[in-house]
Design a binder for this molecule. Sequence first.
Ligand code: SAM
Length: 240
Amino acid sequence: MRSFDFQPIGIIHSCYTEKFGIPRQPGLVMAASATLELYAPYDCPEALAELQGFSHVWVVFVFHQTVRGEWKPTVRPPRLGGNQHVGVFASRSPFRPNPIGMSAVMLEDIQCHNGHCQLILRGSDLLDGTPVLDIKPYLPYADALPGARGGFATQPPENGMTVVFGELASIQCAAWERAQYPGLRQLVEQVLQADPRPAYRIGREDKQSFGLRLYDIDVKWVVHGNRTEVTTLLPHKNEK
Ligand code: SAM
């Protein structure tokens, strides 16, 4: 059988610096912005001519943090509570024979300086450092299929958590926003509204603490019922 050896055309820089907490599809956390840095020679304005006319693009990428060879014929989608099996080709799991993903994301801007261009994207579901294989314009007449059936995933995932910031977290968040990350509060709210907890920890009665990393910030929160309280946003520390 022939094999194919593709080189990335670019790399994603995003707020998602770890996998935990990344939305499971694009368009779910619109406060998340990402930059697609194009590598030379693909970063020239000619390669992007007329792309600005499209509101969205398909980003075709490599699940680079999924270990090669790790695929199985069936997977257990989080959507089904993580305990029902479906075929890998009936899923959008990163664990696939060829670990290639595709995300339709909003194209917010194309920035070119001294003949080198990058794309500014919104609403992505991509880990920081994701290698990009291709970009294609999203074609509403061909790609939006209103009558399509959605199998076991007909509705968007529930976004049912009420997110509040504790006093300390509010102060810390405002400081991060002033210093480096405008819009951070909205980003944290949207990520946590989607309730990134593993399925087996949802529905438990006890008060539970969790943490995830956005940019270089360790975000900590506690959950009680359907209420999420952000407690701290501290500089990331590598845990040993
Ligand atoms: N929209 C894409 C698709 O359908 O092909 C990706 C869907 S996949 C379910 C999204 C999840 O992949 C994210 O929640 C995150 O956990 C994971 N992910 C994102 N970027 C990744 C990367 N570069 N390597 C490994 N996993 C990644």
